[in-house]
Design a protein around this ligand. Structure first.
Ligand SMILES: *Cc1c(COP(=O)(O)O)cnc(C)c1O
Length: 396
């Protein structure tokens, strides 16, 4: 079912050719197998397939040829042995966490998490008897203090949303492995282009493919990548029986997205760096957080574990919420939206949108003030974007 893995290819080549399985027609572009089921040649063949004696597809909730191409292409990029694609990023996070823990286990995660990830850990896990400890993920001492003999797994995002804190993946992996637990890394903000968590000791990597992998704001998707043994023995049955599967149509769109991923991420990152520098020079801006700038709080760690900066930046304006709203409303090219990784530049005021349900005290603890803005840099001409930011700054 699977193709040879091309370990020697560089990422851009893997992203154009990796995982491609051609039908008898020899099509250039990946085929879209928009099918739920598969026909067996005989009753005997059906029986053999169900007991696993004959390879082949059975039902698209378990596996589908177009989805399998997406999974393999992602495995090649990430250097993972196996993967399962999911309907959304949250389906990937939820199924990865649920496959790691059982009642009586303990779980660790930083407080700075994408809102829905925090909901799973704080609200859902306790219902099933899994206790968790939420910490400041940038402080390695807090990871050490939180660990228990029954810590079966931990989850982290780096850089975090929206304040772009960077967490030492290798150090956390060592601590979790000390008690035999597994580390799950949400690599959405870094992208596979700038960070490879598996090489830093992570056991499972997840993505919301909705973000940079699609990169053009079209469809939702997610993926869980890990070693073959864990995917097949611990993850697959949960996936197969609970149904978070990716639609073949979305897998096809995302395969096309992967072909241009490095070009887009490199361009978005270089523009983001220019905007970060422009903001840092403005008297209207009190703080700029950009992984890649020397004044990032964990600049040394960025150097150590990331190959590039970020397509995202966060900044505080001096004039409070009023200035943040005025600035956002004055932008002409940059649009107001809570999505990220898109070809269109998008600005978010986290305190009143993505983090609106987080209590004020907890929000401030995360560094999300009333005047913090998050910018996802798109593919517009860098000069146009710089001009747009300049005129919006001038308006406040
Ligand atoms: C968007 C996002 C998710 C959730 O992904 P969906 O595709 O929206 O379900 C999870 N983690 C991070 C860091 C994200 O940005």
């Amino acid at each position: 079912m699977t193709n040879p893995i091309h370990k020697d290819w560089k990422p851009a080549t893997k992203l154009v050719h990796g995982g491609t399985t051609r039908s008898g027609f020899g099509e250039t572009s990946e085929a879209l197998f928009l099918t739920q089921g598969y026909i067996y040649e005989s009753a005997e063949a059906a029986e053999a397939r169900f007991i696993g004696e004959l390879p082949g597809y059975i039902y698209s909730r378990y596996a589908n040829p177009t989805v399998a191409m997406f999974e393999q292409r992602m495995c090649e990029l990430e250097g993972a042995e196996a993967a399962r694609a999911t309907a959304s990023g949250m389906a990937a996070v939820n199924s990865a966490i649920m496959s790691c823990v059982r009642a009586g286990d303990h779980f660790i995660a930083p407080k700075a998490l994408f809102g829905s990830c925090r909901y799973i850990i704080e609200q859902i896990l306790p219902r099933y008897g899994v206790e968790s400890t939420l910490i400041d993920g940038t402080d390695i001492e807090q990871w050490k203090a939180a660990i228990r003999p029954n810590t079966k797994a931990a989850f982290l995002e780096s850089p975090t949303n929206p304040t772009l804190d960077v967490i030492d993946i290798q150090a956390v992996a060592d601590i979790i492995h000390g008690v035999g637990g597994r580390l799950i890394v949400d690599n959405v903000f870094a992208t596979a282009i700038w960070q490879a968590p598996l090489t830093l000791g992570a056991d499972v990597v997840i993505y919301s493919a909705t973000k940079h992998i699609d990169g053009q704001g079209r469809c939702l998707g997610g993926i869980v990548l890990s070693d073959k043994k864990w995917i097949e023995e611990e993850f697959h049955d949960m996936y197969k029986h609970t149904g978070p599967a990716m639609s073949p149509f979305n897998a096809w769109v995302l395969l096309k997205g992967l072909e241009t991923l490095p070009l887009r991420v490199e361009r978005q990152t270089s523009t983001a760096a220019k905007i970060a520098d422009l903001l840092a020079e403005s008297s209207a801006v009190s703080r700029v957080i950009y992984p890649g700038r020397a004044d990032h709080p964990q600049a040394d760690l960025v150097q150590k574990q990331m190959r590039g900066g970020s397509t995202m930046l966060a900044f505080d304006l001096s004039g409070g919420k009023e200035a943040a709203f005025k600035f956002s409303n004055a932008l002409q090219i940059v649009k107001l939206s809570n999505n990220l990784g898109d070809a269109k530049s998008l600005i978010t005021h986290p305190a009143t949108t993505t983090h609106q349900s987080v209590a004020e005290e907890a929000r401030l603890e995360l560094g999300i003030t009333d005047h913090t803005l998050r910018l996802s840099v798109g593919l517009e001409d860098p000069e146009d974007l710089l001009d747009d930011v300049r005129q919006a700054l001038a308006s406040i």
